[in-house]
Ligand binder design. Structure first.
Ligand code: ZN
Length: 191
C-alpha cells in the first residue's frame, strides 16, 4: 500500500542512464589513446578497433544518456511531509507529487494542497504532476491519465475531497456511495 509499483519498472532505465554517463567520460581518453598509441606507431588496426569502440560508446550514450525525468518518487507514508501544509502524508489514496523541470520533487497529502502550485506548473512547461489512484493507494499516476470526482463524502486529509482514478468505471463504482460530481482535470488545475 505504501510504495508505488510503477517506479520499479524504471529502475533498469535509470541504471542505463547512469552507465551511459559513465561511459561518455571515456571518449576523450580513447581519443587520446588513438593519437598517442595508434597514430604515433602507425598502428591502423589499433586505430580501427579503438575508433569503433569510441563510436559504439557514443551511440550508446546518445540512446540512454539523455533519458530525462525517470518518473515519480514513491511516497513514504508517515515520513514524507506535504510541501504545502507541512502535515505528514498519512493516506496514500490522496497523495500527489509535482516534479519541476529542474527535477525538484514536491509531495502533497491532498489535491487541494497541490492546487496551490498551479501557477508554478503553468510557468514550468517541463513540470510533471502525479496523483495517487484512489483505488490503488500509493500508485502515483500521471495527471493526464486520471479522472476526478469531488464530493463531501470523500473526506480527504485537507478536505479538498477530490479522488483520482485511472479507471472511470472504478470512479463510478465508488461514486455510487459518495454521490459526488465528476470534474474535469482542466477545472481542478485552472488558475
Ligand atoms: Zn497538504
Amino acid at each position: 500500500m505504501e510504495s508505488c509499483g510503477g517506479v520499479k519498472a524504471w529502475t533498469p532505465l535509470v541504471e542505463m542512464c547512469l552507465t551511459a554517463d559513465a561511459y561518455i567520460s571515456t571518449i576523450p581518453f580513447l581519443m587520446a589513446r588513438i593519437i598517442n598509441i595508434g597514430i604515433a606507431n602507425s598502428d591502423t588496426s589499433y586505430i580501427t578497433t579503438t575508433g569503433l569502440a569510441m563510436i559504439g560508446i557514443a551511440l550508446f550514450s546518445l540512446l540512454f544518456g539523455a533519458c530525462g525525468p525517470s518518473g515519480p518518487e514513491p511516497i513514504e507514508v508517515h515520513k514524507d511531509l506535504c510541501h504545502h501544509c507541512k502535515m505528514n502524508i498519512a493516506d496514500t489514496r490522496f497523495a500527489a507529487e509535482l516534479i519541476t523541470g529542474k527535477g525538484r520533487v514536491y509531495k502533497f497529502d491532498d489535491v487541494l494542497c497541490l492546487q496551490a502550485y498551479v501557477s508554478d506548473l503553468v510557468a514550468d512547461p517541463k513540470a510533471e504532476v502525479y496523483i495517487c489512484d484512489y483505488a490503488d493507494p500509493g500508485h502515483l499516476t500521471p495527471l493526464d491519465s486520471l479522472v476526478f470526482v469531488q464530493g463531501d463524502a470523500i473526506q480527504s486529509p485537507m478536505r479538498g475531497n477530490i479522488a483520482a482514478f485511472r479507471d472511470e468505471k472504478q470512479l463510478q463504482e465508488y461514486n455510487e456511495v459518495w454521490k459526488g460530481i465528476q470534474i474535469d482535470r482542466g477545472i481542478i488545475f485552472a488558475q
